[in-house]
Design a protein around this ligand. Sequence first.
Ligand SMILES: NC(=O)c1ccc[n+]([C@@H]2O[C@H](COP(=O)([O-])OP(=O)(O)OC[C@H]3O[C@@H](n4cnc5c(N)ncnc54)[C@H](OP(=O)(O)O)[C@@H]3O)[C@@H](O)[C@H]2O)c1
Length: 309
Amino acid sequence: MNSETITATASGTWKLGDLTVNRVGFGTMRLTQDGAALDPDAVPSDRRRAMAVLRRAVELGVNHLDTASFYFSRLRSANELVNSALAPYPDDLVITTKVGPGRDPHGAWTDAATPAQLRGQVEENLRQLGRDHLDVVNYRRQRAGSIAEHFGALAELRDAGLIRHLGLSNVGAEHLAEAQAIAPVVCVQNRYGLGLATPEADALLHSCGEQGIAFVPFYAIAGTAGEKGTTAAQAAQDSEVRAIAEAHGISAAELRLAWSLHQGPHVLAIPGTGNPAHLEANIAAGALKLPADDLTRLDAVHVAAAAGA
Ligand SMILES: NC(=O)c1ccc[n+]([C@@H]2O[C@H](COP(=O)([O-])OP(=O)(O)OC[C@H]3O[C@@H](n4cnc5c(N)ncnc54)[C@H](OP(=O)(O)O)[C@@H]3O)[C@@H](O)[C@H]2O)c1
């Protein structure tokens, strides 16, 4: 590694329970296909390139991966790629998975798991990743109403030793409070980014910080383009965002990632990419220190977008 290369350690660290991670991690959802994620008709990715991205991420200090058994395309499974590329796993690697959503073998979405079905989803992740326990499992909420039964089922699996720490995804403050009454929550993974939030979402981010819980945004780069990726998002980038990015000699994607990390020391990044150059850029973005006046301008963009949302 070149001595000039910026690694994920430059982003600082946070603890998920007793597990220390660098704040810039990696999301595996983009590894299994080219183009839009989770599209059953997407073209499967190049396997060697996907494995090389994973190995390079770890080489560059990434020690927090976000994955799921339902991240797959016709020929590639994110968990299988993680296992093949990285096992035997480095001691400090923390793998976070999520359960709740259901996908049939062809990739069509099925009903969300019942509380009793969550054990099967946890075991599926264990088999695919080749592990005896999962470091962090997020319950990914799929429907309105109480999450107590689902989260309670995962708390039992935690007590049984299959899971070390629990988290939540796609939740509001009321779900977090409900879960915390059942078992400790170490992270909240929600859709969040510059110009991609409501006042409630901002409040939850800050509340997580006050409670010592990691806030892990997804679509921090893709923004409103979501699973479609950045092509559309880049074209629609706010002129203020573009101007600030250009002044720093970085892309809007890197700026958006850096802005998310400036929202608090408890905010982690899990940018997804199948592109080795983007991987390096995203890790370097974790080291950026944005000046106060830029943050003020970006916050204004964020607030204006939230008000219009
Ligand atoms: N809990 C949930 O419900 C949920 C939902 C969605 C995602 N997730 C997790 O969150 C992670 C992040 O979400 P995401 O991957 O959808 O979105 P993201 O990280 O916000 O953005 C990924 C998109 O941006 C592009 N990109 C990445 N780095 C870039 C760069 N430096 N310059 C330009 N383009 C760049 C990627 O394309 P290239 O491949 O071309 O770089 C891809 O299209 C996922 O991988 C997944 O692990 C969780």
